[in-house]
Structures are given as structure tokens and as C-alpha cells.
Design a protein around this ligand. Structure first.
Ligand code: SAM
Length: 504
């Protein structure tokens, strides 16, 4: 796969050089920007898909990020937003469709912000996303010797087992005029008010698209959507009533989080009367073993339950030996007694990685900063007391303290650290501690190739990326989950030693 060209137009200004040619290049871009703003629409050829699921095109050498484009097609576009060195534009007409373009399967696709790649053939989405992610790793991280990524995918629709629904108040209906008789989608009450919209945010906006069916919600959440719509409507009627009676404190929640679990059970947060609350159980199978977690709708859980196990397999591959039957193949990273002694699972959530990790490593320390997730994590690891320690702290302060303790010989050096940070990646402070420690192996699970690229660049002096796996947790969207397996470079690292135990 091709790496990004560092010097092409479109690279942020601060990355470009200061030569005469660079200055001329900048002047010509500066001239092109007002021209495209006033042009109305322009016709461009889309080169390829880049990070964020947008097409890359150039107009008079000015870079355009084209929403709703497929590679190798000619489109007419209009400006959505213009910046000094690029503009975001959207397709208003496809003049020559690319080979990857299809009609979007969902009726809400034109406005709903939930999906952004439905106009691209399903089987081409993952290779195109992978290419864009790799390009980001090369361009931002400037990483040498990256391995070819392995691609993992699952079912492309009815996969989503966690979702955020939004509600939006609808303006009272205007009285119908003779010229334009009204055709409301929802019947209005006597005051002309209509129940709130319930659905997903519009693409790039804060309005809500009223959604009755969603292509990507799994069967359980699809049914939940109907129940939430009815509950919101009932709540709205109560609120209307109490407002009429002078009590204006009541309101309809603006956001409702849903989580599906085993056996068709689902839960919602915040609570609306009649909507289920509490925990669901989520079962998954890794390396021939079954695991079960309790989780509620307030906590983070991977949105694609069907592929969560594949994500864990990708992250824990080659860690062992697993105690699973038939899985003692010796082709694993054995410590002194045939297995790793200590691993840290940082950003552990409710324990998705923690449980399988604790079957492969003698002792696991799982660190989670969110109180609700920590409560569940503690409960989920209770039966592994002695082998798993759940620590309720932010990763930054845990690492700061632990690095000191390892240095003083009061604590063991972990042989493996699993990192699964939020979209923003590993903070500077946490990274600094990690680089002091330089454990022999890292597994980095990321939902954002840009912050992954930044963090891999920070780690590059001490670590080599041995394996890359891209898991398509979010078909029909530009999102991609990346797993990077890193090993400390020979002679690299300032921190601890490699052997089992390390002993500070
Ligand atoms: C992307 S989720 C991963 C959770 C888990 N590994 C999983 O796959 O289900 C990130 C988790 O890190 C937690 N978190 C975010 N920032 C943190 C920090 N600075 N310190 C500790 N935990 C943090 C969040 O509460 C969330 O549970």
C-alpha cells in the first residue's frame, strides 16, 4: 500500500518547508482559496479515500476533502468549510461514478450522521479504510518498517449493540395554507405541538434525524429503538401536561444511551419510565474459552459485540501460553516458567481484555478511571481474586507512581502492557512514564489512526511494530479499530529488564 506523500499540497502549512518553491506554493494556495469560495460549484476528479472517509481531490492544486465521494470518480462539489490550506466540500452531483460506488441501502443516509460510507460497495470499504489508516500512520507518524496489516471483518449490517440516541424538540406546526397543505410525519396535538424527533445527529450538525429503522443496529437495539420512541413520546406528553399546569421543570432527555446484551436483553440510560435499567450480561469466546461480563449503559463497551472477541484475539495473539484446551502450541511468548508473570491492562473498561489476559499471564493489574466502569470491572474479576487486581485510578497517576516503585525495586516491571485509550490517545504524561518503564511488549488498541500515529511515533525509538491488525468494528462508517503489537527494540529502552519477574 502506498504511503502518504509528505510534500504534496494538502499537508498542513506548518509541515511545509521555507524554500522559495514552498513560498510560491503557499501563495498559489492562498489565491485558490477565495476563488473556490466564490466559484459556487466546481468539477473535480477524486483521487482516493483518505482518513475520515472523505475523498481527496485538487482544484487548481488546492486540496479538497470531498464528503460523499468514491475513489476515481468525477464529481461536482460545493464548499462546506474552507481553511487556509484545504477546503471541505460535498458532492452535489456525480458526473462519472467510480467503480466502488453503489446506491446507499439506507433511506436516511443522505442526512443521518451515523454512517458515512454506505455509498461505497461493502467489500471495498475495509480495504479503502485500511489504506487511508496506513497512509495516516506513514504521514503523521513517519513510521519506518510498518508490517502489512491483517484485515478482520464481520457482518456488515445489524451489528451495532451500543448506540446513542438523541432527541430534538419539533417546532409547533404552522397552520396549513391553501398553497402547501401540511403533511406531518407525526400527528400534532391540539396546540400544534409535535413529539420530539428520536434518532441520530445529522452529518456534521446537531439537529436530529428522526429514525424509525436503522440498518446497523442489531436486532435487539432495533426493537429497543421502537420502545424508546414510544417512551419518549409518553414522556413528552407528560411534560406537555405539567407545563400546562405551570410546572416547567420537567423535560425530555436529550440523549439516551442503549446497550444490548445476551438473550435479547437491553438497557437504557438515563432512565425513562418503562425502559429497562441496570446491567446486561455480555458473553464472548476467546482462545476456546468462554467469558462473561456485566455492564450497564453508562459504561464504555465495544459497539460491535459480534467482533469484540476478534478484537481481543488480535490484541492477545501470541501471548501465552493459554490454558485453553489444545492451545499449548509452544509458539508463544514464554517467560521463565513458560508464561508471562505480570501484565497491565490500562484503560480496562469493564474488563473485556482483562479476563482473557488473566488466563495467559500469571497476574494482571487492570486500571480504569471511570467509577461506573470500575464498579463493573471489580465485579467482573471477583472470581479471579489473587490473579487480577482492579485499580481505580487515572492511568497517568497510576503510571507515575508505578514507575517510581519499579525503579526503587518495590514493584515488578510488567512484561506486557495493553493500552486501549479513548480517541484522544495516550496523554503526554502517561507516555512519558511508559517510556521510562519501556516494558518488553505493548499492545495498543486504537479507534483513531491519527492519535495512534502520533503515539507510535513517540514510541518508535524504543519499539518496533511487529504486527498490525485492522478490525472493521463499524461497517458502513469510516471508523476503524487498529491493534498494534509492539516489541522493545534490541538495545532500546531506558527502563526495566526483559526477563520474567524483572524484580525492579
Ligand atoms: C476505549 S475504552 C476501552 C475499554 C476496554 N478496554 C474495552 O475494550 O472495553 C477506554 C476506557 O478508558 C477509560 N479512561 C479514559 N481515560 C482514562 C484515563 N486517563 N485513566 C484511566 N481510565 C481512562 C474510559 O473510562 C474507558 O472505560
Amino acid at each position: 500500500m502506498r504511503s502518504g506523500d509528505q510534500d504534496r499540497p494538502g499537508e498542513p502549512a506548518e509541515r511545509r518547508g521555507t524554500s522559495g518553491a514552498d513560498r510560491r506554493e503557499r501563495r498559489s494556495l492562498a489565491d485558490a482559496r477565495p476563488a473556490i469560495e466564490s466559484a459556487g460549484t466546481v468539477d473535480v476528479e477524486v483521487e482516493r479515500l483518505v482518513q475520515g472517509g472523505v475523498g481527496l481531490a485538487f482544484w487548481k492544486r488546492f486540496p479538497l476533502l470531498v464528503e460523499g465521494a468514491a475513489p476515481q470518480e468525477k464529481v461536482r462539489v460545493e464548499v462546506v468549510e474552507s481553511r487556509p490550506d484545504y477546503a471541505r466540500v460535498r458532492v452535489v452531483e456525480v458526473l462519472r461514478a467510480g467503480a466502488d460506488r453503489v446506491a446507499a441501502p439506507c433511506v436516511y443516509y443522505a442526512e443521518c450522521g451515523g454512517c458515512d460510507l454506505q455509498h461505497i460497495r461493502r467489500e471495498r470499504q475495509l480495504p479503502l479504510k485500511a489504506q487511508a489508516a496506513l497512509e495516516t500512520l506513514h504521514r503523521i507518524g513517519k513510521l519506518r518498517d510498518l508490517p502489512e496489516p491483517r484485515l478482520v471483518s464481520g457482518q456488515s449490517s445489524a451489528y451495532r449493540s451500543r448506540a446513542q440516541l438523541h432527541t430534538e424538540r419539533q417546532e409547533p406546526e404552522a397552520p396549513p395554507s391553501v398553497e402547501s397543505p401540511a403533511t406531518p410525519t407525526e400527528p400534532a396535538d391540539a396546540t400544534g405541538s409535535r413529539p420530539p424527533k428520536v434518532g441520530f445527529r445529522t452529518r456534521g450538525g446537531h439537529e436530529v434525524v428522526d429514525v424509525e429503522h436503522c440498518l446497523v443496529l442489531d436486532e435487539t437495539l432495533q426493537q429497543a429503538l421502537g420502545e424508546v420512541r414510544s417512551a419518549v413520546r409518553r414522556r413528552w406528553e407528560e411534560v406537555q401536561r405539567s407545563h400546562r399546569e405551570g410546572d416547567t421543570r420537567q423535560s425530555v432527555p436529550q440523549r439516551i444511551d442503549l446497550l444490548a446484551g445476551d438473550g435479547g436483553r437491553w438497557v437504557a440510560a438515563p432512565l425513562l419510565p418503562a425502559l429497562p435499567r441496570g446491567d446486561v450480561e455480555i458473553s464472548y469466546r476467546v482462545g476456546g474459552r468462554d467469558y462473561r461480563l456485566a455492564c450497564d449503559a453508562h459504561c464504555f463497551f465495544q459497539s460491535n459485540r459480534g467482533l469484540a472477541a476478534s478484537l481481543v484475539e488480535a490484541a492477545l495473539e501470541s501471548i501465552g501460553p493459554s490454558t485453553a484446551p489444545g492451545d499449548r502450541d509452544g509458539d508463544r511468548d514464554a517467560g521463565a516458567d513458560g508464561g508471562l508473570q505480570l501484565a497491565w491492562d490500562l484503560y480496562a473498561g469493564v474488563g473485556l481484555f482483562t479476563l482473557p489476559l488473566s488466563d495467559r499471564v500469571r497476574h494482571v493489574v487492570a486500571v480504569e478511571g471511570d467509577r461506573a466502569a470500575l464498579r463493573h470491572l471489580r465485579r467482573n474479576v471477583r472470581r479471579r481474586a489473587g490473579r487480577v487486581e482492579a485499580v481505580g485510578r487515572d492511568v497517568e497517576s497510576f503510571l507515575r507512581q508505578a514507575v517510581g516503585a519499579v525503579r526503587r525495586g518495590e514493584q515488578q516491571q510488567p512484561q506486557l502492557v495493553v493500552l486501549d485509550p479513548p480517541r484522544s490517545g495516550v496523554s503526554k504524561g502517561a507516555m512519558r512514564s511508559l517510556l521510562h518503564l519501556t516494558p518488553p511488549q505493548l499492545r495498543y488498541v486504537s479507534c483513531d489512526p491519527a492519535t495512534l500515529a502520533r503515539d507510535l511515533a513517540r514510541l518508535d525509538r524504543d519499539y518496533r511494530v511487529e504486527r498490525l491488525v485492522f478490525v472493521d468494528l463499524f461497517p458502513h462508517t469510516s471508523h476503524l479499530e487498529c491493534v498494534a503489537a509492539l516489541r522493545r527494540r534490541e538495545g532500546g529502552g531506558e527502563g526495566g529488564s526483559d526477563g520474567a519477574g524483572a524484580d525492579g
